[in-house]
Design a protein around this ligand. Structure first.
Ligand code: ZN
Length: 482
């Protein structure tokens, strides 16, 4: 069984023997506990785990167990880099969304203790739906004889976007482009913004989820290309998206993609207290979404190297390799973003700022509308942990119910949204290459139907954006008036 389904609490240590209570019975976890007890494991606090977040001491907590991953660093199939990002935290939901039974058996060799109490929400026991949908999707790949990450055709898309980037760059800054038509540089800036958003759906998303081939070097190449061309940090994105949004989709106060702080800049959920300025959110949401890229460019490298946190998610101390990559990719970005246009193409600083602004606004809006609208609307679930931090439904069910899909079977929409019109499929199987989503979506939908899991689907992208605007307008009203 891949997802251990019992929540274990250690209630006292007594004379060195652990007393363990279980919220529900589960054979897989029970046997692990017995083995662990034989190794005389101890109770470990979340603070101790959080302090063990480096290469020298990489600990991680998963389903109430603490693992010392020092001896796994060189053997991790997903590479050392990805493993170190997870160190020093309760990574249960992230781990379970990316690994299978076989991996858990390997992991059990490294257990060193029981976690006293987690500081992250825990999902309920794995449901029959969760087990069946995974088995059926994996069986699909087995029958086809292909790896879920295998999709060489993606190279065509990655290359195409790289060429669009180069062409729009020349269109924005070369003298020849303005001689052809004075509007061409401004049109090229729009294309550049669109292209950067698309690289977010492809290079960034696939590279950071490890969803293209089984080779971590390929993931790293995609990540670093994205950083060089866009100036954004993929490390921050992995923490925000991989450790925040994916494991805790739509959990208010935990999912960093949802603007649900108190007081936050927008109000999208009834648990957020009312502030008068929310009455204006129906007017400012669009300008707010438009500045996303600029604010990320200004602040996110500081999150990695200075604040060591992104919103509510701690960021581990960067390794020397990470620092070297940060310096290299940032130098490449500054060279093509500022130095080449100013000193080689000799355009004015005002023109440079205006062109980049048009590009960044386009990029922000395109990206934000798709990822916000597919989760922030009235049709999706908003999971809520109880006082003990437990979420009463299982993770897989909530991944489907907290997502809104759109325009299935429309190949152009699928391409233009980086397959995020199959949000539910992506959330259930983030390691599967997006190339395969249209093929496995019917399997997921069928399993949902069989087990009574709500699958949210709109016919078009406009239906999804409409649902998003409706939610923003609804929560712009004071609670008493609604
Ligand atoms: Zn994702």
């Amino acid at each position: 069984m891949h997802r251990a389904s019992t929540l274990i609490q250690v209630v006292s240590e007594g004379d060195g023997h652990l007393q363990i209570t279980k919220k529900s019975s589960n054979v897989a976890v029970k046997s692990t506990t017995t083995k662990s007890s034989q190794k005389s494991i101890r109770t470990i606090t979340i603070e101790e785990v959080e302090a063990a977040n480096t290469e020298r001491k990489p600990w991680v907590a998963i389903r109430g167990k603490v693992y010392d991953l020092t001896n796994l660093l060189d053997k991790h199939p997903g590479g050392q880099e990805m493993l170190l990002l997870a160190a020093g935290r309760d990574a249960t939901a992230m781990y379970e969304s990316m690994h299978t039974d076989k991996n858990t058996k390997v992991l059990n060799k490294y257990v060193i203790g029981n976690l006293k109490k987690s500081n992250m929400p825990q999902f309920a026991e794995r449901s029959q739906f969760s087990i069946e949908v995974e088995q059926r999707v994996l069986q699909y790949f087995k029958n086809k004889g292909i790896d879920p990450r295998h999709a060489p055709g993606m190279v065509i898309i990655y290359t195409f976007l790289g060429l669009v980037f180069a062409a729009s760059f020349l269109g924005m800054f070369s003298e020849r482009a303005s001689q052809i038509n004075f509007l061409l540089p401004w049109f090229s800036a729009l294309v550049m913004g669109w292209c950067c958003a698309m690289m977010g759906f492809y290079h960034l998303h696939d590279g950071c989820h490890g969803a293209f081939s089984r080779n971590p070097t390929n993931w790293s190449i995609l990540r670093r290309i994205y950083e060089c061309l866009t100036g954004l940090s993929t490390t921050v994105w992995i923490y925000q998206h991989g450790f925040g949004h994916h494991p805790f989709t739509n959990v208010v106060g935990i999912d960093p993609d949802i603007l649900s702080a108190d007081p936050g800049i927008m109000r999208v959920h009834e648990d957020q207290p009312w502030w008068d300025f929310y009455g204006l959110q129906k007017y400012y949401w669009l300008p707010l979404y438009s500045q996303l890229v600029l604010s990320r460019k200004c602040f996110e490298w500081m999150d990695v190297f200075y604040y060591r946190a992104h919103k509510n998610i701690p960021i581990n101390p960067p390794t020397w390799t990470e620092m070297a990559w940060g310096a290299t990719t940032m130098s490449v970005y500054v060279a093509h973003h500022f130095i080449l246009p100013l000193f080689v193409f000799k355009i004015s600083i005002i023109r440079l700022i205006l062109l980049h602004t048009i590009s960044d606004l386009t990029w922000s809006l395109y990206l934000t509308l798709i990822f916000q609208a597919s989760h922030v609307n009235d049709e999706v679930a908003w999971p809520k942990p109880n006082e003990d931090g437990l979420i009463t439904a299982d993770w897989a069910k909530l991944q489907v119910e907290a997502s809104l899909d759109f325009a299935h079977d429309d190949a152009m929409t699928t391409f233009l949204c980086g397959s995020l019109n199959y949000q539910a499929v992506h959330h259930l199987f983030p390691y599967v290459c997006q190339w395969h989503y249209p093929a496995i979506a019917p399997i997921v939908k069928d399993a949902c139907k069989k087990h009574g899991v709500r699958y949210n689907l709109k016919d078009s992208i406009w239906g999804m954006i409409g649902a998003h605007i409706k939610r923003i307008n609804l929560f712009a009203e004071p609670p008493t008036l609604r």
